[in-house]
Design a protein around this ligand. Structure first.
Ligand SMILES: *Cc1c(COP(=O)(O)O)cnc(C)c1O
Length: 226
């Protein structure tokens, strides 16, 4: 199987999930998570038609950006140390893991004049101790408190579902994130339009799309592991 074959298969699955849910597949963006693979493989993914790249560690993120700046939209999907944020600002287009004020403060401080930093607030819907993100209860107060940092635009919410054998078991997590997103939208906060849902990985993206994902983050079944 080539990356192009994998991509076609993933798009087909997304189409089926959208049909089932009465959604438009054009509203779902595929982020190819290239954290496990070389520059060459990431390049092959771009050739195969991938337009969005996702990285979860600073070093790999910078390496891929240096190589492919101008050829892809870049998503930072991992935990980011506040003092490292400056290294990615102006390079990465989306940050998926905003979960604390110290990071918001740093984004505010480092954001170039007149620009915005597009963030997802990361939510630990399942409450697993090992997972990053805010609890369901903490999320709305946190988003309200981000009003003080006008450089940030909260474009949506992000979650990682627990790894389960049967992806159906992840459905309540995805549904929970969607319901929370809808609640945030009702607040009509100008700094938090919160239209997007970043959820779904290789093993569970079809369920996430049925539940409303607008960005899916797919690594192993798209670009493999090296
Ligand atoms: C690694 C990673 C992914 C992709 O994982 P796969 O299971 O290989 O698709 C998605 N999101 C985050 C935050 C990751 O760290």
């Amino acid at each position: 199987m080539t990356i192009a074959d994998n991509l076609a298969h993933i798009k087909n699955t997304i189409q089926k999930s959208c049909d089932k849910a009465g959604r438009d597949a054009a509203d779902v963006t595929i982020i190819a998570v290239t954290k496990y693979v070389s520059i060459d493989t990431a390049g092959a993914a771009l050739k195969a038609g991938v337009e969005h790249l996702g990285e979860n560690r600073l070093e790999g993120a910078l390496e891929k950006w240096q190589e492919f700046d101008g050829q892809a939209t870049f998503h930072f999907i991992g935990t980011l140390q506040s003092r490292k944020a400056k290294d990615l600002i102006g390079k990465y287009d989306y940050f998926h893991s905003l979960d604390r004020l110290s990071l918001a403060k740093e984004f505010q401080k480092r954001c170039p004049e007149g620009e915005k930093i597009r963030c997802f607030v990361q939510v630990n819907v399942s409450g697993e101790e090992s997972k990053a993100g805010l609890s369901l209860k903490e999320t709305i107060p946190f988003i309200k408190s981000l009003e003080k940092y006008p450089a940030l635009e909260v474009i949506g919410l992000m979650t990682m579902a627990p790894f389960v054998e049967n992806p159906e078991e992840a459905r309540p997590v995805f549904r929970g994130l969607r319901e929370l997103r809808d609640e945030v939208q009702k607040l009509n906060l100008s700094h938090a339009p919160c239209r997007e849902l970043s959820m779904g990985m290789s093993n569970d993206f079809h369920v996430a799309v049925e539940e409303g994902a607008t960005f899916v983050r797919i690594g192993s079944i798209l670009v493999g592991k090296e």
